[in-house]
Design a protein around this ligand. Structure first.
Ligand code: ADP
Length: 494
């Protein structure tokens, strides 16, 4: 079944224009501009949505400020917890629709959930934290008559900018800590995948929450995104996206010294030792690169394999890549969906060409699929390159597509040194049955997360974030909460 007509979101797609949600009301962009949403499985237009600009961002930030200083500031922790729990129930009730929107909008395969937990579980996890944010009393040495304590206060108005590769999850990861801490926000989803955010706001609108607590401004990054980042009324920007845009955001945020949390790109290593269980390591490392069509910031794209098993691994990985069913994201059998857009397909294909030109061994894949009714979509066969050299572009730059680079190594020291020889530091993997070596590699990798004998697990309670140029701060867990809180010290002379 690959038709949009009978899908649970058909009525949403057919309903009127998808507008901006500002100050508790829907409105078109100030200049009336819209963007078309394209289904990457077919190249067809799904619908259009508002392309907000600087004037809309102004209105949204003003609404968020009024809510922050007004009614929302009087919500107790239990009330905020209850908002999160009620939102979680709504998101659960409409999970099918929300999932379908991402399936159609950015091509996530319907039969393969992006993560092992549901968006509602993230909301419930943060609902629990709303009542557990507290300061401390501190014994000072100034005077026994002075009492000192700290308060954890919400940072204020947050501008949250998210990418297209996991739109629903990214929106939830940003909304949940905002509501738990008592901040307010303006959400700016990616122009390539905004529909699930619009539907989320329709659900949020059903809750009894003051106008302006959460606002949605869809639009292009260089207009709506840039306006939000530069806005003097925004106290913090929470950004997930490319390192290049992250750098622009750091510069643009300097005006009023915004707090920043950045979840950026990666070129993550995955190290396979000769003693690893190859039956697990081959598909594990394979999906570490190819899951979500390689459009994952922590994809383990540089696979270092210990020399004695190198050829066997390359052959196994190629066989695994060839076995993957690439297809329409609405097909329940599909394991690998399309690339999100023609622009990204061109970009990824350019990297395949550069791998060939720089002399890597093309073992399999890398070609656009133009058969089986897939010609009008943006489909690429998962690619495996072997004998890749560290200095080649495919080994250095983030591709954000289904392209694996496999390289042999001889010693643990060499594997670690080459793994760390990158400006990025997001994910890392190691496959071995030697416990001591697993720990040594886990400690030696300069990355924000390491997976041992498995790749790509996430949990709401476990922090996720990058070191080096992969970002600042963490997503998920109590550590993400910290990003939305300021600490204030209070001295009381009695
Ligand atoms: P991706 O590689 O996922 O497309 P981008 O970094 O290009 O990553 O985009 C991530 C998000 O950042 C999107 O919502 C996009 O609209 C937004 N964005 C792009 N450019 C800017 C900018 N100059 N300022 C603020 N946001 C931007």
């Amino acid at each position: 079944m690959t038709s949009v007509v009978n899908s649970p979101v058909a009525s949403f797609l057919e309903s009127g224009s998808k507008q901006l949600w500002i100050d508790g009301a829907w409105r078109p962009a100030a200049d009336g501009a819209v963007i078309e949403s394209i289904n990457p499985s077919t190249g067809e237009v799904l619908c259009s949505f508002a392309a907000g600009g600087a004037a809309d961002v102004d209105a949204a930030v003003a609404a968020a400020r009024r809510a922050f200083e007004g009614p929302w500031s009087r919500f107790t922790p239990v009330q905020r917890q209850n908002v999160l729990l009620a939102f979680a129930d709504l998101v659960d009730e409409h999970a099918d629709e929300l999932t379908h929107l991402d399936v159609l909008d950015m091509g996530a395969p319907i039969g393969r959930p992006v993560s092992s937990f549901t968006p509602a579980e993230v909301l419930r996890y943060y609902a629990g934290w709303a009542t557990k944010i507290h300061g401390e009393t501190i014994s000072n040495s100034v005077s026994p008559d002075i009492f000192t304590y700290t308060r954890r206060e919400p940072v204020g108005v947050v501008g949250s900018i998210i990418p297209w590769n996991g739109p629903l999850g990214s929106a939830i990861f940003k909304i949940a800590p905002v509501l738990a801490t008592g901040c307010t926000m303006v959400l700016k989803p990616a122009e390539d995948a905004s529909l699930s955010s619009v539907r989320l706001m329709e659900l949020f609108a059903e809750l009894n929450v003051p106008a302006g607590v959460v606002n949605l401004v869809t639009g292009v990054g260089s207009a709506a995104g840039a306006a939000l980042v530069e806005h003097p009324g925004v106290d913090k920007v929470a950004f997930t996206g490319s390192t290049a845009v992250g750098q622009q955001i750091v510069r643009a945020a300097a005006g009023n010294l915004k707090r920043l949390s950045l979840e950026l790109g990666g070129k993550s290593p995955d190290i396979v030792f000769a003693d690893a269980d190859l039956e697990r390591a081959v598909p594990g490392a394979g999906m570490g690169v190819f899951a979500n069509t390689g459009q994952v910031c922590c994809a383990g794209t540089r696979i270092f394999v210990e020399r004695p098993i190198y050829e066997e691994f390359v052959e196994g990985l190629a066989h695994f890549a060839d076995s993957l069913k690439v297809g329409n994201s609405l097909d329940a059998q599909t394991q690998i969906g399309p690339i999100v857009s023609q622009r990204q397909l061109n970009r990824v294909s350019g990297y395949v060409t550069s791998g060939l030109e720089e002399g890597a061994r093309a073992v399999t894949g890398g070609r656009r699929i133009e058969t089986d009714g897939l010609a009008s979509g943006y489909f690429l066969r998962p690619a495996v390159f072997a004998d890749v050299k560290d200095e080649m572009r495919i080994a250095r730059e983030e591709i954000f597509g289904p392209v694996a680079s496999v390289m042999p190594f001889d010693t643990v020291e060499e594997a670690l040194a080459r793994s760390n020889a990158t400006t990025y530091g997001l994910g890392g993997g190691v496959w071995t049955n030697d416990l001591g070596r697993a720990h040594r590699v886990a400690h030696g990798l300069r990355t924000g997360v390491v997976w041992v004998n498995g790749y790509g697990y996430f949990d709401p309670a476990v922090p996720f974030g990058g070191h080096k140029q992969s970002g600042w701060g963490s997503e998920l867990s109590v550590h993400s909460l910290e990003e939305y809180l300021n600490t204030k010290a209070v001295w009381v002379t009695t």
